[in-house]
Design a protein around this ligand. Structure first.
Ligand code: PLP
Length: 420
């Protein structure tokens, strides 16, 4: 099946007389005939047991997303932040380190630099554009993985995924890619060597600003038995001696994440949230196509305006990341554009407050056009140094082009630019 078909049919295939649509299984628990059966499930959770870590409605969505990304399995989480957190905690313990590019989402920077540090896990930030030798120097004997974003939020830098996969694999560690902005419709990081893919499904995947969610996808390709990951190859005493690589093969990573992290932390989405996410996924390919089309027109309009200092949109010829975009995002670079208005922060605020159709909100990748000033919102907690490292100019505006008629979007931007 191709993407459009997978979005409608993967994950749930009704049998004779069953509902056309995957129902919302709104139940915390499941019933079994015997005590013995339940006992066996505690050894090997092959059936639904408790909705803190598995539920049929969520499972259908997990299978669909795994299929779209080209992975062997997936696990949904109650937020994108939880997906990023678990993707790292599944590999790193106190005393370990990992490497991340600095051009990542502000919330992830804070999670990695502040909260994981409190747990004894060190994140070493590297410049995504540094050469291989420089990045190599950041590795330590305790480095367990490398993390980056396909299309960085909000800098809109395109990551050279193959370069990072090569460096990670040379060091026997996996590459984790946050593919939120691209979605598997515009880029499939596993095809370029990524081992694990994470998403905030709150963005384009849901697409309608209805619910917060995340997902982790396992490519099934990484060799966990290379000597660097004893937790995968030695018995897990908290699960009756399960050995993840031996008992689950290519699903080792994602099953370990579910059996250890989801069981203990319980950041699992509700069935109803998964149902809504599935509705978004059904139209994802057609929506992504239109987001890209609208945003390119808007980017061209903004580029021509004398009120605008700079426009970052990788699909624009001449953009710093245009060549990388041609390779990794040939179908388009999503609906998000970063702009810097002449006149700094004051002008940016005036422009944003003058918009009538586009709303000022803490969100991105919504179906409706919206704007946000990262330096005073999502990236507020970052120091000026961190802001610059994340590619965030204090006057930068993140414009998320929606699916309204593009002429209406442009007319709104035009009327507000007049007042700047
Ligand atoms: C929004 C976002 C996150 C965090 O996701 P939530 O669902 O808000 O927790 C992570 N990564 C990227 C790239 C994001 O845009």
């Amino acid at each position: 099946m191709r993407d459009e078909t997978k979005c409608l049919h993967s994950g749930y295939t009704p049998k004779n007389g069953e509902p056309r649509v995957m129902p919302i299984v709104q139940s915390t628990t499941y019933v079994f005939d015997s005590t013995e059966h339940i006992g066996q499930l505690f050894d090997m959770p092959t059936e639904y047991m408790y909705s803190r870590f598995a539920n049929p409605t969520v499972d259908a969505v997990e299978k669909k997303i795994a299929d779209l990304e080209g992975g062997v399995g997936a696990m949904c989480t109650s937020s994108g932040q939880a997906a990023s957190l678990f993707s790292i905690l599944n590999l790193c313990n106190a005393g370990d380190s990992f490497i991340s590019t600095s051009t990542i989402y502000g919330g992830t920077v804070n999670l990695f630099a502040v909260t994981l540090k409190k747990l004894g896990i060190e994140c070493i930030f590297v410049d995504a554009e540094a050469d291989e030798e420089t990045i190599q120097k950041a590795f330590k004997p305790n480095t367990r993985c490398v993390f980056g974003e396909t299309l960085a939020n909000p800098a809109l830098a395109v990551l050279d995924i193959e370069k990072f996969a090569k460096i990670a694999h040379k060091n026997d560690v996996p590459l984790i890619i946050d593919n939120t902005f691209a979605t598997p419709i515009l880029c499939k990081p596993i095809e370029f060597g990524a081992d694990i893919v994470v998403h905030s499904t709150s963005k384009y995947m849901d697409g309608h600003a209805l619910q917060i969610g995340g997902v982790i996808v396992d490519s099934g390709k990484f060799n966990w038995a290379n000597g660097k990951f004893p937790e995968f190859t030695e018995p897990d005493e908290s699960y009756h001696g399960v050995i993840y690589t031996k008992d689950f093969g290519e699903m080792a990573y994602i099953i370990k994440a579910r059996m250890q992290l989801m069981r203990d932390f319980g950041a699992y989405p509700a069935a109803h949230s998964a149902f809504l996410l599935n509705l978004g996924l059904e139209t994802l390919p057609i929506r992504m196509e239109r987001y890209c089309e609208n945003a390119l027109k808007v980017a061209r309009f903004l580029q021509a305006s004398d009120k605008i200092e700079s426009v970052s949109y990788a699909a624009l010829p001449g953009d710093k990341y245009h060549e990388l975009a041609k390779k990794y995002l040939p179908k388009g670079t999503c609906g998000v554009i970063s702009i810097t208005i002449k006149g700094g922060k004051a002008a940016a605020v005036r422009f944003m407050d003058g918009l009538k159709l586009a709303s000022n909100e803490v969100h991105v990748a919504d179906i409706r056009t919206c704007v946000l000033h990262p330096a005073s919102a999502t990236h507020r907690q970052l120091t000026d140094e961190q802001l610059i490292a994340a590619g965030v100019n204090p006057g930068l505006i993140r414009l998320s082009v929606g699916l309204e008629n593009v002429e209406d979007i442009i007319a709104d931007l035009e009327q507000s630019l007049k007042n700047v």
